[in-house]
Each structure stands twice: as structure tokens, then as C-alpha cells.
Design a protein around this ligand. Structure first.
Ligand SMILES: NC(=O)c1ccc[n+]([C@@H]2O[C@H](COP(=O)([O-])OP(=O)(O)OC[C@H]3O[C@@H](n4cnc5c(N)ncnc54)[C@H](O)[C@@H]3O)[C@@H](O)[C@H]2O)c1
Ligand SMILES: [Fe+2]
Length: 382
């Protein structure tokens, strides 16, 4: 393996209340004329895409909109959004939402300049040209998709999620304004917050972790420990929401560069196969995958370090895993994969597909198929 590490983040990011207006001002300073907003029906319903439309129109841009992105966005969403972009000759893409809206927008922006189909870009750095500029306005905390070089698109026919990992899909501007998150319901706050925690932990035990990603991951865990329960209880708590914006972005800095592990490799299959929410799948799988990862001595030590960042007195891997289960219970995450409707007869294909997912490559242990099935079984029966 090469000893060179890269570090990739968007060139510009804004945080804090008012970040959305700051981003609109930034767009105005560039020579864009025609924006396309990529969002989903939920965001349209709460009026957030309308608000951004007005901010952009007030600054002299024309605005087209595609607001039909589904959770776990699929090829059909990419094709439909790209059609609207082409019809309007858009020169800048603005995504508003959680990971689904951003991932759809990234795929659309990439195809707008590179052509072809999104499946052509599965894998690492398969595109030749920069995507159209993308300003990603985040509303969940979160996937960190507003700042990563990952885009995850479901192939609805094959029932699998494709991972496109490409520097060219990194957004030009990432926006984390807590005021866009005050209305995020508790269940979504929990699921997306535990997704961020999974990013921190998988990046911290990743074989590609570096001192920089370690710092990001541990600080992210500290902030999540401090604020996720509060954001869950009281969605309009400004401090808790602001902390979670920073936490999810730090988590993104960590996994965008150290990558992930078997939690995400398996969760992607559950999303593709049963359309289950990404954060919930991660939360359920996280303690089980780490209990298998504990068998690696170095990872055991790292998991023990995490315990104190999660507020545990005892610095042990067991304490971390117990805390992760408690986190799930406190935030009303379903107990196991059985409750999520996963079927025993699918274990084999889920494990096979997880082993094809690029995210597992940096897991501290490369498991055999039987071991992946054993993890799924443990998370099913727990
Ligand atoms: N590209 C990446 O780096 C990356 C990383 C992790 C996950 N993902 C992907 O992200 C997707 C999941 O994204 P997500 O968990 O952010 O959820 P999501 O984007 O699918 O949104 C879930 C629901 O929450 C609603 N919502 C979002 N923000 C809201 C707000 N502020 N108020 C009220 N409702 C709101 C949406 O309308 C939607 O109905 C999955 O497809 C996953 O694979 C991508
Ligand atoms: Fe994730």
C-alpha cells in the first residue's frame, strides 16, 4: 500500500445560523445565471426549497427545480433530474436536504459534464471532467454527503447500491446552517446522528486512518456524545443542533479520507434490498460489526480509546460496545435486523453483495463470507 495519504474536503464550507444566506451571497459573487435545485418532496413541503429559490432569485439567478428525489436515490431520480437540468441549461446545481438529495445532485452534476450513465462511474475516480459546481445545503446531521467525494445511487433493477467515489463529485460549497435542521423530527435526528457516529468509529478503526482523520473522528464522537441526545429531545436547541452540524462534518472529514468498513458495506445492501433508512441500518449494525472487529488487537485498543469519548469510565472495547447498544435504546432505534424486516433467506446474497462494496476494503479485518453472514445473524437475533 502507498504511504502517501491525500486529504479531500470542499474548497468552501459555511457553518452556523445564517450560513444559508452567506452561501447565497457567495453564489452571487460568481458569474452563475441559471440554478437548478435538487431536493426531495419532504423539503419542498416544509418550504425550504421555496426559501432558497427566493434567495437565489433575489440575487438575479433563474431557478429550475427537481424535487422528486427519493430516500436512497436511484438511477431513475438521476435521469429525471438531469433532464430538468438540460432543459434549463443550468450552470450551477444547489442541493437541499440530507444524503439522498446531495447524492442525487452529485450524480446529476457529474453526468452533466461527463455524459454517459451513472453506473459508468462506479468505483474510484472513474470520471475525467469536473462536475458542474454544486452548492450543497445540508438539512440532516448526517451523512456528510454535502462535503464528501462519495455518491451512493441505488440500481433499482439489481436492488444494489452503487458507490461512486470520485474527487470530481466533491461539492464546491458545503452549507451547514442549524436553522435548516430545527424541524428535523426526532426519529430522523437519531438515525442521521447515529450515521455520523458510525462514520467516526469506522474511520477511526479503518486501515486508512491517519493522524488527521483520527482527530476529526474523536472530536466528532465527543460532540455527538455531548449533543445528540439533546437534539433528539429538543430539536430547536441551537447549541445541540450546531454541535451536531460540526460533528457530522468532522465525521465526514474522517471518512472521506479514511473510508469506512463493514457497517456501511452491509448497510448499503439493506438499503438497496429493502429500502431501509441508511442511518437506522448503521445504528443497528455498528455494535455487532465492532464486536467482530475487536478480535484485531489494534482495533481492540482503538475501540477502548473510544469508550472514554463516549463518556464511559472504563476504557475497554466492551464498554464501547455496551454504550453503542445503550445509545440505540435511548434513541428508540429498532433492536435488531429482524425488527427491520430483514429475511433470513437473504443473508447469503446480502453478505455476497457486501463483500463487493468498496467500503469494506478498509475494515480492520477482511472477513470471509461465513463471518459476514455470522455478523448479519448476530444483528438479526440480538
Ligand atoms: N454520499 C455520502 O457521503 C453518503 C454518506 C452516508 C450516507 N449516504 C446516503 O445518504 C442517504 C440517506 O440520507 P439521510 O439519512 O440524510 O436522509 P434522506 O436524505 O434520505 O432524508 C430522509 C427524510 O428526511 C427528510 N428531511 C431531511 N431534512 C429534513 C428537515 N430538516 N426537516 C424535516 N424533514 C427533513 C427528507 O425529506 C426525507 O424524507 C442514503 O441514500 C445513504 O446511502 C451518502
Ligand atoms: Fe453513512
Amino acid at each position: 500500500m502507498s504511504s502517501v495519504t491525500g486529504f479531500f474536503i470542499p474548497p468552501v464550507s459555511y457553518f452556523g445560523e445564517g450560513a444559508l444566506i452567506e452561501a447565497a451571497n457567495y453564489i452571487q459573487t460568481k458569474d452563475f445565471k441559471k440554478a437548478i435545485i435538487i431536493t426531495d418532496p419532504g423539503i419542498a413541503r416544509i418550504g425550504l426549497s421555496g426559501k432558497v429559490t427566493k434567495l437565489l432569485e433575489d440575487r438575479g439567478l433563474s431557478v429550475a427545480i427537481y424535487d422528486q428525489t427519493q430516500p436512497n436515490p436511484n438511477i431513475g431520480n438521476v435521469t429525471a433530474g438531469l433532464k430538468v437540468l438540460k432543459e434549463n441549461n443550468s450552470d450551477i446545481v444547489v442541493s437541499i436536504g440530507g444524503g439522498s438529495a446531495h447524492d442525487n445532485a452529485k450524480a446529476i452534476a457529474l453526468l452533466a459534464t461527463n455524459g454517459g450513465e451513472i453506473g459508468d462511474y462506479e468505483g474510484v475516480n472513474q470520471s475525467k471532467l469536473p462536475a458542474l459546481p454544486l452548492v450543497a445545503v445540508n438539512t440532516t446531521a448526517g451523512t456528510a454527503s454535502e462535503m464528501t467525494r462519495f455518491t451512493i445511487i441505488s440500481n433499482e433493477e439489481k436492488k444494489v447500491k452503487m458507490a461512486i467515489i470520485d474527487n470530481n463529485v466533491t461539492p464546491s460549497v458545503a452549507v451547514n446552517d442549524p436553522s435548516a435542521m430545527y424541524g428535523l423530527p426526532p426519529a430522523l435526528t437519531a438515525a442521521t446522528g447515529l450515521d455520523a457516529l458510525t462514520h467516526c468509529i469506522e474511520a477511526y478503526v479503518s486501515t486508512a486512518a491517519s493522524p488527521i482523520t483520527d482527530c476529526c473522528a474523536l472530536k466528532g464522537i465527543d460532540l455527538i456524545e455531548e449533543s445528540l441526545a439533546e437534539a433528539y429531545k429538543n430539536g430547536s436547541d441551537k447549541k445541540a443542533r450546531t454541535d451536531m452540524c460540526y460533528a457530522e462534518y468532522l465525521a465526514g472529514m474522517a471518512f472521506n479520507n479514511a473510508s469506512l468498513g463493514y457497517v456501511h458495506a452491509i448497510a448499503h445492501q439493506l438499503g438497496g434490498f429493502y429500502h431501509l433508512p441508511h442511518g437506522v441500518c448503521n445504528a443497528v449494525l455498528l455494535p455487532h460489526v465492532q464486536s467482530f472487529n475487536m478480535k484485531c488487537e489494534k482495533t481492540n485498543k482503538r475501540l477502548a480509546e473510544i469508550a472514554t469519548h463516549l463518556g464511559e469510565k472504563e476504557a475497554s472495547a466492551d464498554a464501547t460496545i455496551a454504550r453503542l447498544h445503550r445509545f440505540n435504546r435511548d434513541l428508540n432505534i429498532p433492536r435488531n435486523l429482524k425488527e427491520l424486516g430483514v429475511k433470513e433467506e437473504d443473508f447469503e446474497i446480502l453478505a455476497e453483495n457486501a463483500m463487493q462494496d468498496a467500503c469494506h476494503l478498509t475494515n480492520p479485518i477482511q472477513f470471509k463470507k461465513e463471518e459476514v453472514i455470522a455478523i448479519i445473524r448476530q444483528a438479526f437475533e440480538y
